[in-house]
Design a protein around this ligand. Structure first.
Ligand SMILES: Cc1cc2nc3c(=O)[nH]c(=O)nc-3n(C[C@H](O)[C@H](O)[C@H](O)COP(=O)(O)OP(=O)(O)OC[C@H]3O[C@@H](n4cnc5c(N)ncnc54)[C@H](O)[C@@H]3O)c2cc1C
Length: 478
């Protein structure tokens, strides 16, 4: 059948992670799929998010290591670099990954790709670039964009968001204000500071990384301040203006000025263009509303990724898209999969990384969950010591009196990779005691997990058990 004609099994709106996974999955299973994208194939993650940010972070980390070369027994050194070249490398790394998400690749998988903005005409019809498409099912995967806070004067100053900073910042600014102290603000703030930009992070609330426990965010705050970053907490900007070519924020008494403003103050779902009223799909300012099967108020229209997920990550976009592919294929509701948000890992790619899964102490207290806490400082891990990377820690929460893992937070180099052992353990119900009994290669950072398990096992050595062991040893000596 010709492209655009007849009925598709699935029309997917948005070619970010959620849309691409849905389209590739459905086409792979033999479905007829159309994929609509109004901007760049790959969406935020490839073009304006994970990929360019992690490429910059990797250069920034090396710059920091050169600054700290004495830690490794080298002479003190000043890193030599050209800011623009680091940006060029970031774009080159991004270009290396881009073919995976390209129109050509998706067409080679059998997906009909349409470039343009999609809007619903009815619950069963959608329009893109003057063409009407019909489908049995639709998947809304239109993602999110940077929230621009309503501060007086914001529309009159030049600012960057994640959509512009990686391509439109053409030279190194002397100074930058990052509005927002969440994961994106902290990651990019630390990276730009390491690239030689005088940096201030302005955070509305009481702590950086608000989803993390207080001790984790305090650790990160100290680290950023030690690197020369100014951190302003509880700072609600009342007005912003241009003053002598600089952006000037007013926060009560002390204003903050900088050459460049980067907004990283949360995410807003991309709903506007979709004409959801015509489709009869319910939404609110958090995004498209879905049930446990990821169906919207119209059961044949699904949503996946940032447009509906509370936890907005590439891996959660991928996770929801896979469920949508399966659920569309299933003819009956009882065969469809419910989304289970109980074990969701995430990682903030600051240095050191902050990785988290499950319940933290804050959440446990709020929900009155009784827990035991097992903490391991990185100084106790030989590999961290020999690598001069021993600032950091792991915190594992278990159900009180048992080794059932409720959650884990790791603050360490490669914490995101280390966390996966706990993600696997939680998903497969492996307890902390069992983790200690598994062989971990020496010397690795992964020994953090074994050491936490050892700490748990020590709690099982009751005075009574110890008395029995002592008696057995004494008997053996006779
Ligand atoms: C700076 C930054 C760093 C990040 N780092 C990480 C990280 O390290 N790890 C991680 O897991 N997550 C990270 N994220 C989050 C991650 O990028 C998103 O969660 C992920 O991209 C969401 O995928 P998605 O498919 O839901 O949406 P998107 O990637 O936003 O894709 C949606 C697509 O839909 C298109 N679209 C919207 N409306 C229409 C319409 N009406 N018609 C046609 N097309 C439309 C858009 O153009 C877009 O391409 C980061 C985000 C940012 C901003």
């Amino acid at each position: 059948m010709k492209k655009g004609e007849g009925v598709y099994n699935v029309v997917v709106i948005g070619a970010g992670t959620a849309g691409l996974v849905t389209a590739a999955g459905t086409a792979g299973l033999g479905g007829r799929v159309a994929l609509i994208e109004r901007n760049l194939m790959g969406g935020d993650c490839l073009n304006f998010g994970c990929v360019p940010s992690k490429a910059l972070i990797s250069s920034a980390r090396l710059i920091q290591q050169i600054h700290e070369s004495k830690k490794w027994g080298l002479d003190c050194q000043e890193p030599q670099f050209v800011f623009e070249n680091i940006f060029e490398r970031m774009r080159e790394r991004r270009a290396k990954i881009a073919p995976n998400d390209s129109q050509e690749r998706f067409e080679s998988l059998g997906v009909d790709v349409f470039r343009g903005e999609a809007r619903f005409l009815s619950p069963h019809h959608i329009e893109v670039d003057g063409q009407k498409l019909r489908a049995k099912n639709f998947v809304i995967a239109t993602g999110s964009r940077a929230t621009v806070p309503e501060i007086e004067g914001i529309d009159k100053v030049r600012y960057f968001t994640n959509e512009t900073i990686f391509d439109e910042l053409t030279e190194k600014p002397e100074s930058m204000v990052v509005l927002g102290g969440g994961p994106i603000g902290c990651e990019l703030g630390q990276a730009f500071s390491r690239l030689g930009v005088k940096l201030t992070i302005v955070q509305h609330g009481t702590q950086l990384l608000p989803r993390e426990d207080g001790d984790v965010s305090e650790f990160m705050q100290k680290r950023l301040i030690a690197e020369g970053i100014r951190v302003r907490l509880n700072a609600a900007a009342t007005r912003v203006s241009m003053c002598d070519g600089k952006v000037a924020f007013e926060f009560g008494a002390e204003p903050v000025t900088a050459d460049v403003l980067l907004i990283a103050a949360g995410r807003t779902p991309n709903l506007r263009a979709l004409n959801l009223e015509a489709a009869g799909v319910d939404y609110d300012k958090q995004g498209v509303k879905v049930n446990a099967y990821l169906q919207t108020s119209q059961p044949h229209i699904y949503a996946a990724g940032d447009i509906t997920n509370r936890l907005k990550f590439t891996h959660t976009a991928d996770f929801t898209a896979r469920i949508v592919v399966r659920n569309i294929l299933m003819p009956l509701q009882l065969l469809r999969q419910r989304v289970d948000w109980s074990v969701v890992p995430w990682c903030t790619y600051t240095d050191p990384e902050v990785a988290h899964v499950g319940v933290g102490e804050n959440e446990a207290r709020q929900k009155n969950i009784d827990y035991d806490l097992f903490s391991v400082p990185l100084q106790d891990v030989d590999r961290a010591v020999v690598e001069s990377e021993e600032t950091g820690f792991a915190k594992i929460l278990t159900t009180k009196g048992s080794d059932k893992i409720l959650g884990a937070t790791i603050v360490a180099p490669h914490a995101g990779d280390l966390l996966q052992e706990f993600v696997l353990a939680m998903n497969t119900k492996i307890g902390l005691g069992k983790i200690a009994s598994m062989i971990h290669a020496y010397p690795t950072f992964a020994e953090l997990a074994r050491k936490a398990g050892d700490k748990y096992n020590k709690t099982r050595l009751t005075p009574r058990a110890k008395k029995i062991f002592t008696w057995l040893y004494a008997r053996a000596r006779k």
